[in-house]
Design a protein around this ligand. Structure first.
Ligand code: NAP
Length: 283
């Protein structure tokens, strides 16, 4: 049965499929096959990054699919070592070259790195504004930006990010950053939507899944969809790649939504690094 994935409107007039496919921690040698399975299953949105080392394989799978370039939404991200404007320009050229694409749908600053580059992520953002102006990035956004970082962009830059891609899942709902996004027309993309599998054996999630005759992953992904966030779960398991698309034919009622949201552990629930202090630069 074909799946229909809703499109969501961004603040720049473009749209993005609410469900995509993430390729973090997929080995380059396995990436084309995983993306091919995802595209065959009906995904039309792939989330990669220069840091993941598999942009070329994502581009290869999109080309091999025979789908029109315009029907597949591709996101990539600026790696942490390239925040200086000239480096960012070269890195963006390299991303397009690796993908073998002449434009990208969405390009993000991967991390704000407020303790590096003299705390200057604004001049980096202004370079992304150039990529949007010259048409090579249809949309631009940020990732792992905290409220203070977004406030600074609002004060010092021209373009409001279309999205902010942040860690969010039932153990870390990240609602303060999400609320800022909602108020300022910045869509939230929730990374590690199932906390890399760690929320799937939670008793509350299992209980709701049992009641609805759905899998725990489907219940948690559906919770994100009803919160209005964009998600791109990662899997290299074909059965799960398919399972994760079956989230648009059922609903969680208010009680189920609230029970899942109540699993939030705040900062203790974070799986990844805190963006205020994260300062990793790959060598
Ligand atoms: N901007 C950032 O800083 C940032 C950081 C992290 C992630 N991301 C993005 O977000 C995407 C998703 O996050 P993520 O990869 O960290 O984690 P995730 O999607 O929350 O979880 C992936 C893990 O869950 C397993 N899994 C997937 N579907 C499942 C299912 N239906 N049942 C049971 N297990 C399942 C996968 O196993 P198998 O593969 O073995 O099936 C994998 O181990 C990434 O791929 C990346 O695109 C962005």
């Amino acid at each position: 049965m074909a799946i229909t994935i809703p499109d969501i409107s961004l603040n720049d007039g473009t749209t993005i499929p609410q469900l995509g496919f993430g390729v973090f921690q997929i080995e380059p040698k396995d990436t084309a096959a995983a993306v091919t399975t995802a595209l065959e299953t009906g995904y039309r949105h792939i989330d990669t990054a220069e840091m993941y080392g598999n942009e070329a394989e994502v581009g290869e799978a999109v080309r091999m699919s025979g789908l029109d370039r315009g029907s597949v939404y591709v996101t990539s991200k600026l790696n942490n070592g390239f925040h200086r404007p000239d480096d960012a320009r070269k890195a963006f050229d390299s991303t397009l070259a690796a993908l073998k694409m002449d434009y990208i749908d969405l390009f993000l600053i991967h991390w704000p790195l407020p303790t590096l580059y003299d705390g200057d992520y604004v001049s980096t953002w202004k370079v992304l504004e150039e990529f949007q102006r010259d048409g090579r990035a249809r949309s631009i956004g940020v990732s792992n930006f905290q409220v203070a970082h977004l406030e600074r962009l609002a004060a010092e830059a021209d373009v409001v990010p279309a999205v902010n891609q942040i860690e969010a899942h039932p153990y870390f709902t990240n609602d303060e950053v999400r609320a800022y996004g909602r108020e300022h027309n910045i869509l939230t993309e929730a990374w590690s939507p199932i906390a890399q599998g760690k929320v799937l054996d939670d008793p509350t999630v299992l209980d709701i899944a049992g009641q609805l005759d759905r899998t725990p992953a489907q219940v948690v992904l559906r919770w994100h969809v009803q919160r209005g966030d964009i998600i791109f779960p990662k899997s290299t398991t074909p059965k799960r790649i398919e399972e994760n698309t079956r989230i648009f034919d059922f609903e969680l009622d208010d009680t189920a939504m609230e029970r899942i949201t109540a699993l939030n552990k705040g900062e203790a629930g974070r799986q990844g690094p805190n963006p205020d202090t994260f300062a990793y630069v790959p060598r």
